[in-house]
Design a protein around this ligand. Structure first.
Ligand SMILES: NC(=O)c1ccc[n+]([C@@H]2O[C@H](COP(=O)([O-])OP(=O)(O)OC[C@H]3O[C@@H](n4cnc5c(N)ncnc54)[C@H](OP(=O)(O)O)[C@@H]3O)[C@@H](O)[C@H]2O)c1
Length: 270
């Protein structure tokens, strides 16, 4: 299936590993030019090499461009500078994946107000800033795709993930509202809500659960998979495939939605 992404320009934030990296690899393999960022410079450079190779392999050495910037998505000046440089060099950003590291795990009693504020800045404010910077250009060019990575915590609280469970529904509310404003200008805005996938973020959750309960890694995995009808954790590539479809020319009539990739973990009817 041709996703119609060849020649498109994409900004994928928080992309040196995990979901962001998987999305960047698949976009490059579809012939898009891809800009990626993360805080750690060496892991970002390694990811960029892999992304470049994915594009070259798929297009016989003539893949799209790969651009990197080591920066924190909560640093407003750095983010604005990166977006401005990309718009100048590329003439615009067609595809935006809004992604960041997750806020730390913790119960209500453990979390102080500074942690609440940091979670707001990382999860909601960074998403608002990115959309404010990128969406006007998409609307002016009358085409664009924005996908925000949230979590199943949008739909159902996740044990020990109070900050995520409070902040992520607000990110999806942003999606829902931006879809109304973007629609008349050909810009779709959607959220994806991953359940448990095999990334380093999940390894941190496992460590936290072991600390809290004294159980083994295998106990944690057994507990989780017992609640997942498909009986396993997801792979980042599986979530990335969903993101790519939402970014594609094929998904032109889907907007304002929250698509779940969780192996059936959420048990609500809607
Ligand atoms: N994996 C899951 O099962 C799962 C489920 C639901 C939701 N999520 C959410 O999905 C998002 C991505 O998770 P993941 O599993 O891909 O995590 P991951 O494997 O830990 O990767 C996180 C990526 O984000 C970058 N990053 C972290 N904080 C950043 C910041 N402030 N500014 C710029 N880059 C930053 C990291 O690089 P640096 O550290 O070098 O910056 C890394 O490249 C997170 O919000 C996570 O909570 C994950």
């Amino acid at each position: 299936m041709d996703l119609g992404l060849k020649g498109r320009t994409a900004l994928v934030t928080a992309a040196s590993r995990g979901f962001g990296r998987a999305v960047a690899l698949q976009l490059a393999a579809e012939g898009a030019s891809v800009a990626i960022c993360a805080r750690g410079e060496s892991e970002l450079s390694e990811a960029a090499e892999d992304v470049r190779a994915a594009g070259q392999e798929a297009y016989g050495g003539a893949g799209g461009e790969v651009v990197t910037r080591a920066m924190d998505v909560t640093d407003g000046e750095a983010v604005a500078g990166f977006v401005a440089d990309l718009e100048k060099d590329w003439g615009g950003i067609d595809l935006l994946l809004v992604n960041a590291g997750g806020p730390p795990a913790g119960t209500f009693a453990e979390l102080d107000l500074d942690q609440w504020e940091a979670a707001y800045r990382l999860t909601l404010e960074s998403a608002v800033r990115l959309c404010r910077l990128v969406m006007p250009g998409m609307m002016a060019r009358r085409w664009g795709r924005i996908v925000q990575i949230t979590s199943v915590s949008v739909l159902q609280p996740v044990e020990n993930l109070l900050l995520s469970s409070v902040m992520r529904p607000a990110v999806h509310a942003l999606t829902r509202n931006l879809a109304l404003e973007g629609g008349p200008c050909g810009v779709t805005v959607n959220s994806v809500a991953p359940g448990f996938h095999t990334t380093s973020a999940v390894e941190r959750l496992i460590t936290k659960k072991i600390e809290l309960t004294g159980c083994t890694r295998q106990d944690v995995l057994d507990d989780w998979t017992a609640e997942i009808p498909l009986g396993r954790l997801g792979e980042p590539e599986e979530l990335a495939a969903l993101v790519l479809f939402l970014m594609s020319a094929r998904a032109g009539y889907i907007t304002g939605q929250c698509l779940v990739s969780d192996g059936g973990w959420v048990k609500g009817t809607f």
